[in-house]
Unconditional design. Structure first.
Length: 285
């Protein structure tokens, strides 16, 4: 595997780009894959074996269901452990959400109430996942479209306490922060300021769409377009707060040509370089 540190902007590897990546080996520091796409073995897993010879990997789970009160599914966790052991990724991440109840899997990342009770549930599940995997995982902040009336802990504080209790890290999805702040009218920069900077292990960037809900404008985190100017601005604020962090461009719907993803990654690298130069100038002033 290459000796790169993995810092810099990677892209989410999607099935339609696998063969092109293998054939052209674009200059990209790392790639992220969804764990569940490779748990079944076969040709997909063999292709990933080939790709990891040339690129560091990050494994991003969508089905572990860290918020499930029933606990983690043992079979799913074992399949994830096997994949992580085989691929030896630099980073492993999951979502602050739930998707399993009573043995039934729901194909959505569903929101949690932020309470002392739910914090205990997520803490136990993160502890179990980290113990099984033998490593720290990163937990991603969600995009939000509804709030529980009985939530008592602000989301950023919930994540900070989860870090304190488990030693996990945070995957800060800057687009999710922007989407949730827009939908509920809170301050995105204050949210970033409430996260423990030392715990941020990865940043995600993506596009979103504007939708109408009963006459109210809401943003949907659909990963189907370029990053918007406002999210680029918030990304710069995140870099000022967290410093250089491995960053990923996600694109999961209306998937474009590989060149478009690489162009978005180049923009992220340019923004990061400008932020680093400004930080260096401020320190020397």
């Amino acid at each position: 595997m290459p000796g790169t540190s993995g810092v810099g902007t990677g892209i989410g590897l999607r099935g339609s780009h696998v063969q092109e990546v293998l054939a052209t080996r674009p200059r990209i520091p790392w790639l992220e894959v969804h764990a569940e796409n490779y748990m079944g073995g076969g040709a997909a897993l063999r292709a990933l074996d080939a790709i990891r010879q040339h690129y560091p990997l990050s494994i991003h789970g969508v089905g572990l269901s860290l918020g499930s009160a029933d606990g983690l599914n043992a079979r799913h966790l074992e399949r994830l452990r096997s994949l992580v052991e085989r691929m030896q990724p630099r980073l492993v991440s999951e979502h602050l959400s739930w998707s399993v109840v009573g043995g039934a899997y729901l194909n959505h990342l569903l929101p949690l109430p932020y309470t002392a009770e739910s914090l205990g549930v997520v803490t136990a599940n993160v502890d179990r996942a980290q113990s099984a995997l033998g490593r720290r995982i990163l937990v991603e902040n969600p995009s939000s479209y509804l709030r529980f009336g009985h939530s008592t802990i602000p989301e950023a504080e919930f994540l900070a306490e989860l870090v304190r209790r488990t030693g996990c890290g945070i995957l800060c999805d800057v687009n999710n922060v922007y989407v949730s702040a827009f939908n509920f009218g809170w301050d995105a920069e204050q949210y970033l300021a409430a996260l423990p900077a030392a715990a941020i292990g990865e940043i995600h960037l993506a596009g979103h769409s504007l939708n109408d809900a009963d006459g109210h404008a809401i943003l949907i985190d659909d990963h189907g377009s370029r990053v918007t100017p406002d999210v680029w601005t918030l990304y710069r604020r995140a870099l000022e707060r967290f410093g250089p962090v491995p960053t990923l461009v996600e694109w999961d719907t209306n998937i474009p040509a590989l060149a478009v993803l690489l162009d978005e990654a180049a923009t992220a690298d340019r923004v990061a370089g400008e932020a680093a130069s400004e930080a260096d100038h401020a320190r020397s002033a």
